[in-house]
Design a binder for this molecule. Sequence first.
Ligand SMILES: C[S@@+](CC[C@H](N)C(=O)[O-])C[C@H]1O[C@@H](n2cnc3c(N)ncnc32)[C@H](O)[C@@H]1O
Length: 312
Amino acid sequence: MQPSHPLDLIKHTLASGLPSLSVEQRQAEARLLGESVFKLPYSALLSKPADFFATERFQSAWANLHSLLEDRINNRVPLQYLLGEAWFLGRPFSVSPAVLIPRPETELLVEKGLELIKSSTETAMNTPFRWADVGTGSGCIAISLALALQEQYPNLPFQGVATDNSANALAVASSNAEKFNLTTEAIHFALADVLEPVSSDEKSPQSLDLIISNPPYISPALAITLSAEVLHHEPASALFAENEGFEVVERLIEQAVVALNPDGFLLMEVGSGMAKTVAGWKLTQSNFAVLSVWSDYSGHERFLTLQRKKKV
Ligand SMILES: C[S@@+](CC[C@H](N)C(=O)[O-])C[C@H]1O[C@@H](n2cnc3c(N)ncnc32)[C@H](O)[C@@H]1O
């Protein structure tokens, strides 16, 4: 019998086991699995004939590949958890089932944060500039922001705090920060409920210049609409919030009023159809100027830029 080429085997196995994957998704997963298991770049995988992989050298790689494919297909484990890695803004973040897999649209939140900081540096900027990422998960937002700030403003002092109410998520985030050589001065990781204790720190009330957050916002009633990969493998506390998905968002806004400096910014990602609702709340209207409600790559309005009013 002809030996199989690993890329063909992966594509065929995924096509029959997960027919809902598009051709592009199948190709992407085959590429990532192949590279990871055979420890070869894609170009090398493509150029080698099937015989090359039939040697003794790859025996354990094949066993690993079969077991990963079984987990992917039978248990619907997301590929990123199988590989322990997800890419965000051009960097490989370590991920485990303790954290949400970073999504591409969340990159827009970091880009918007950097735009706001750029406009602050062009006017008057508080130094040190203090920012917080609420619900940090893998740390993808906080770490990307801190690294971009270090690169773009090497002479300006920034202080970041990244909160989560999951100690396991914070452990992943801290190890990612270490992986990217960030010190605890650049980002302090804090176990906290939303922004507590940051917002109740009497010594530094209203001291943050920017709060950025991708909080949990899915209504538990929508659980049946989620894929098995998301519903059965990503942490429920990262996905769901009571009060039709608004519970954490509402507390975030309440706490941001106390924690932000006058003129400070609150940048948030929410679910489809939620951004306009949040923008119209009395709580939002009386404390913030709604600078913009903006859309994700699919045109869904999912992001808010709020600026705290001077007098609240
Ligand atoms: C949607 S995930 C976002 C993770 C990461 N920031 C990202 O964008 O990929 C929400 C995160 O908020 C955390 N979280 C949920 N409720 C929280 C709360 N009350 N206080 C702090 N963090 C919370 C979850 O543990 C999870 O890590």
